[in-house]
Design a protein around this ligand. Structure first.
Ligand code: LLP
Length: 421
């Protein structure tokens, strides 16, 4: 459930008319709902009730500081994957003790930044990274808490570009080598191996791959404890999918996911961490765009919007489906027309949807892409010299621009033409 609903014939974001935001901010823009963010965070928090746990929001899905603050104020931790995300989390008021640092290629500079600024744990993904972190920690005279990310070789049954738990993927240490790697870590003075980390992919629509992976983690926990390692924390990653296509069967709910965690790992007495991104931010955001032209092709009609692939790359990158709805509520029973819905960017890949049925629509009308709060704004670019689009946050009947649209001058003035040219 989200808070983007039709009321009195128009689309609202909580208690604000989406069209009113468009008038003030201009299109295209992203719009997030505070109540939806909070609701989705709480679904996970409640699902793990009764276990010692921390829900660390995967900031890669949406790293706007206002979004981070909404979640941080509710008690969320953050899962970061770069120095930039770490600093954003800190700037939004998240204490280091609630920040987990993931990623396959953490640099020594990033390790130093996090160790000096405060960090809950590093999720280490390779032996060379472990050596580097040990060195950095020793040079600072501190001990780095780590979880080793294991690759359980499990098929997440999701899009190949976002599956991470198979042995061919670059992520984690093969689970078969874990015992060796923990033994190695135990010999390093700068490291304290406190836990195990696993993340098998994103937009998972079944629980079974999680179950297989978590069972392997449970076994490994017992094995490592038997070897004398004090494993006291399990980071189970993110990945629970969301219903992009309302006609499809819905993915499992956080409460079912929580029950699975308790069933597979609950008796180990470990603190549980999870790193959901999409399920918290995805349906908490829409992308609002305006129809520029209706164009007649040879055998099809094109709806040309002012948003493009540089603003929302998911359809062109993953063939992702996003519901696209008119901001003015369609009158029931009216005939629909099939459109290819496209942006103005100069490549055919700039297509959001093909053969999508829409009710009567005309130039200047507003449309909203649903489920655009995750991996939307964060993946945008200035391709075709299109300025990054603004982000807006709604709370009840108030809204604020939480990232402004840069002017053309700001965008252009970032280039430097050397004096010697
Ligand atoms: N933890 C780790 C280590 C991750 O790599 C990811 C996502 C997450 C947590 C959060 O996963 P989530 O709960 O959001 O599924 N750009 C792609 C998704 C890439 C996901 C990358 N890793 C998309 O638009 O579908």
């Amino acid at each position: 459930m989200d808070h983007f609903l039709y009321r009195d014939g128009v689309l609202y974001a909580e208690d604000v008319r989406v069209a009113d935001i468009a008038t003030q901010v201009g299109t295209p823009f992203y719009c997030y709902s505070t109540a939806t963010l909070a609701r989705h965070y709480k679904l996970f928090d409640d699902a793990l009730e009764g276990t010692d746990h921390l829900v660390c929001f995967a900031m890669k899905s949406n790293s706007n500081q206002a979004v981070i603050k909404v979640l941080g104020d509710l008690g969320a931790g953050m899962d970061v994957v770069s120095g930039g995300e770490y600093l954003r989390a800190r700037a939004a008021g998240i204490p280091g003790s609630r920040i987990v640092f993931s990623g396959v290629g953490k640099t020594r500079e990033e390790m130093k930044m996090a160790l000096e600024g405060g960090i809950r744990q590093f999720n280490v993904e390779s032996e060379p990274e472990m050596f580097a972190l040990n060195e950095v920690a020793l040079s600072l005279g501190v001990i780095a808490p780590i979880a080793v990310r294991v690759n359980p070789d499990v098929d997440a049954k999701t899009h190949a570009k976002i599956a991470t738990g198979k042995s061919e993927n670059k992520f984690g240490i093969p689970i078969s080598r874990a015992v060796q790697v923990y033994a190695m870590a135990a010999g390093m003075q700068g490291l304290d191996a406190i836990g195990i980390d696993v993340h098998i992919g994103s937009q998972l629509t079944e629980l079974e791959p999680f179950e297989t992976a978590y069972q392997k983690v449970a076994e490994l926990t017992k094995t490592l404890r038997a070897e004398g390692h004090d494993i006291r924390r399990l980071d189970l990653g993110g990945g629970l999918g969301i219903p992009y296509e309302r006609s499809n069967s819905a993915p499992p709910l956080p409460v079912e996911y929580g029950a699975l965690i308790k069933r597979t790992l609950g008796d180990l007495g470990c603190e549980i961490e999870i790193e959901p991104g999409r399920l918290i931010s995805g349906n908490a955001g829409i992308l609002v765009s305006k129809v520029i032209y209706l164009k007649e092709g040879e055998d099809r009609k094109f709806l040309i919007l002012d948003a493009a692939m540089n603003d929302l790359i998911r359809p062109s990158m993953y063939d992702a489906y996003h519901d696209i709805i008119p901001v003015a509520e369609p009158v029931p029973g009216l005939e629909t027309t099939r459109y290819d819905i496209v942006g103005p960017v100069c490549e055919s890949g700039d297509t959001f949807a093909k053969g999508r049925h829409l009710p009567p629509i005309t130039e200047g009308d507003l449309v909203a892409f649903r489920s655009a709060g995750a991996y939307g704004a964060v993946m945008s670019s200035e391709y075709n010299s299109r300025p990054l689009i603004p982000e807006v946050l709604v709370k009840g009947d108030q809204f604020a621009v939480i990232r402004a649209r840069p002017s053309f001058e700001e965008m252009i003035n970032r280039d430097n033409i050397p004096a010697w040219l």
